[in-house]
Design a protein around this ligand. Sequence first.
Ligand SMILES: [Zn+2]
Length: 277
Amino acid sequence: MAVYNTHAIVLRRIPLGETDKIITLMTRDGGKYNAVAKGSRKTTSRLAGATEPLMFLRASLAEGMNLDILTQCEIRESFAALRGDFGLYLRATYSCELLDKTTPERDTVSAPEAFDLLLSTMYVLQRATDPDACVHAYELQLMAQIGYEPQLIECVRCERAFDEAMVHTTVYAPARGGAMCDVCADTAKDETFPLSATARLAMLDLRYEADPRTLAAYALPEGEPRAEIARALRSHLRYRLERDVRSTAFLDAFRLGAMDDIDSLMNPLVPPTKDTP
Ligand SMILES: [Zn+2]
């Protein structure tokens, strides 16, 4: 069995049998794929902690018939600050899930860029002034990498360029994948959401901001523009990915302070108990 070494981020893990896990790894050189971590659910296993989501590993794997097998690993970064804060943990696991949903298996062409973006996002998230700004930058840059970038510079319908003077004029049209001018918004029958110039310009900042220090210090505008950005991106991702990324529901509940709903979100396969008639 050929053994190889790689850098990997654990995106998620599911139990396998009594003591094993299947882990989904994002690797820089080999793309995304599943691997088996034998015995890793035993508390005594040296692989137990290292095979949890968010772990950044130097991993040794043996090529298997179906799935490769994790034989050894060294933790490069455990992101303890993200694990120790529930809000940050939700944002980080959401970022992993979004990458998982948007990345085809073993796609080695786009892997280095996507791997670097996720890893850098987790480092920035650890010391972010505004964690939501960090996540939105990640969403926008990941969408750009895979060709689903929201159109924010000109109207998605008439292609009129937005300029600084058009401060009152845009809405977000998720089905068309971008911002729309007021003239088109009046005549098009699309589902749209308000998108102020403040929100749109902040999204453009985040789309192109590559410096980790600047991102860590970046704060979204407060109030309505912050909500507009979250809504525009959520609806954009829903249209592009054609299904909700499950952990966005956690993140929304957390942001809204509605954590009572978390139990039902965590068990989506369990039907809600019916009220007695
Ligand atoms: Zn237009």
